[in-house]
Design a binder for this molecule. Structure first.
Ligand SMILES: *Cc1c(COP(=O)(O)O)cnc(C)c1O
Length: 494
């Protein structure tokens, strides 16, 4: 049966491949599946499956207009030797929980789980819908997404990718990762401005109808790789199913035993994927949403009011420094009884006043969610205490989740087994991680710290880091904010 996707703000309804191509609905809403499909395989079958086989079993339920061959092709191209383990997403048991390591892809953060497959889903969708234009991905990045998108799209046929980052506004390792990116279809540009200006610049280019026409004449069209695309959400459902099946296969849980999951959350994409997995029938009990000092979501789960009117706090878990969690709209739509009217009202209020409040009925629908947050010092203490107790070293984002897990257990005495989404390698945030373990490390240089982390944690330095040690800078374009559009056109030879 065909599964269609509907906008959260109107009746606009499209097929999966169209939703992937469009990204956002025409009315500004997000595409959601009209109903959430059920898992069609038993846990015993899943227990025997590889990551790729699990991906097919889950994704075929969502992307029903893809043929078996098309989908299996996308999966095979995405989850290959780019990952440094055949398990793709291994589970590590430590300190009373199971860490689901989502950082074994090319940029050593969890964005790789979806961004390694999105380019293939996108080009397949383009073919299916007779799109002849070359797809041009345009992204503004504050660090992580840009590199993951570059790595995903590099040398993918019929695509080009342009990434803008604030020159001087990302970490030295992040910048080095981006400016050394190989690929004949990639362009990395530093702008003389901050991240907000980069993002506004990209939005302006997307919204320029005149440019759209010119692009079309030249055989190009823009698309976006950001986290509201269902082509990023659906692949994220897979690893929750995979983790559950692995726990069962290894005898850690009994058949149908419920587990909890803890997710370090920013844009609400990763935890929403866990919620979708639960709705598909996976035995997940509680969805534990972990925030850093930007605790909009904790306040929302506690009070029922979403309020972004507050100071933006820069933390050591920067990928969670977010005040508008875009993917939350999909949950709001669902708990509003799949009502695009109600959801639109709340989203207008968010756009206008920076806040909205849900009804008591809607709040009751959130009973399986638990929210809490970790301060900067709690995050650092958590890294240190888990390292001291077990030798296992986690990154700052994962540490936020580990800290919230402890708070949850203390609050509830719930002893349900728990999977913690481990979203970045500690090597990606080496300095913050090492400073948490001992202040003396602050005196060391970046790569010296990398080697020290490898030594004390007894883990190999990931390829992603080794590669940039001596890599050549391939991108040195810097432009004024006003010249972003011009720079894109130059790259496209227009
Ligand atoms: C993006 C990101 C997150 C937040 O994920 P969301 O899906 O946006 O909630 C957490 N940790 C890391 C390392 C990330 O890169």
């Amino acid at each position: 049966m065909e599964l269609l996707y509907k906008s959260t703000r109107s009746d606009e309804t499209v097929k999966a491949s169209e939703a992937i191509l469009k990204g956002l609905a025409s009315d500004g809403g997000l595409f959601v599946p009209v109903s959430l499909p059920k898992l069609n395989v038993s846990i015993d079958e899943l227990a025997k499956m590889s990551y790729q086989e699990t991906a097919y079993a889950v994704m075929k339920e969502f992307l029903t207009d893809f043929t078996e061959e098309e989908l299996k092709n996308c999966i095979a191209k995405a989850y290959d030797s780019k990952f440094d383990t055949e398990q793709i997403a291994p589970l590590v048991k430590a300190d009373g929980a199971y860490y689901l390591e989502l950082f074994h892809g090319s940029t050593i953060a969890f964005k790789d789980m979806a961004l390694s497959i999105l380019p293939h889903l996108l080009t397949t969708s383009a073919k299916k819908n007779n799109v002849k234009n070359e797809i041009v991905i345009l992204t503004a990045t504050s660090g992580d997404t840009g590199k993951a998108a570059l790595a995903g799209f590099a040398d993918v046929e019929n695509t080009r990718i342009v990434v803008f980052y604030p020159k001087g506004g990302v970490s030295p390792i992040q910048e080095k990762q981006m400016v050394t990116q190989k690929g004949n279809n990639v362009k990395v540009i530093g702008i003389k401005g901050n991240f907000d200006q980069a993002q506004s610049g990209v939005k302006a280019i997307f919204g320029n109808k005149e440019l759209e026409k010119e692009m079309n004449e030249a055989g190009f069209q823009f698309s976006s790789a950001n986290s509201i695309n269902i082509g990023r959400l659906v692949p994220q459902v897979v690893y929750y199913v995979y983790a559950y099946a692995k726990l069962y296969a290894e005898g850690e849980i009994a058949k149908d035993e419920k587990i909890n999951v803890v997710v370090p959350t920013g844009n609400f994409g990763n935890i929403l994927a866990a919620y979708y997995a639960k709705n598909m029938g996976l035995p997940i009990d509680k969805l534990i949403c972990a925030s850093n000092d930007n605790k909009v979501l904790f306040d929302f789960f506690t009070t029922g009011e979403y309020n972004k009117n507050r100071d933006f706090i820069l933390t050591n878990s920067p990928s969670m420094d977010i005040l508008i969690s875009s993917n939350l709209e999909r949950l709001i739509y669902k708990i509003a009884g799949a009502s695009s009217e109600k959801n639109s009202e709340l989203m207008s209020s968010l756009a206008k006043d920076g806040k909205y409040e849900i009804t008591a009925d809607m709040k009751a629908e959130l009973k399986d969610f638990y929210g809490n947050y970790a301060t900067e010092s709690e995050t650092a203490e958590t890294i240190k205490s888990i390292y001291d107790a077990t030798g296992y070293i986690i990154d700052t984002h994962t540490a936020v989740a580990a800290n919230v897990f402890k708070k949850y257990v203390k609050d509830t005495n719930d002893t349900t087994k728990c999977v913690i989404a481990s979203t970045a390698s500690p090597f990606k945030f080496t300095r913050s991680v090492m400073n948490s373990i001992d202040a003396k490390y602050d005196a060391m240089g970046d790569f010296e710290l990398v080697d020290e982390l490898s030594r004390i944690g007894n883990v190999k330095v990931p390829n992603a880091i080794e590669e940039i040690r001596n890599a050549n800078v391939l991108h040195d374009t810097v432009c004024e904010v006003e010249d972003m559009e011009k720079t894109v056109k130059e790259f496209l030879g227009m």
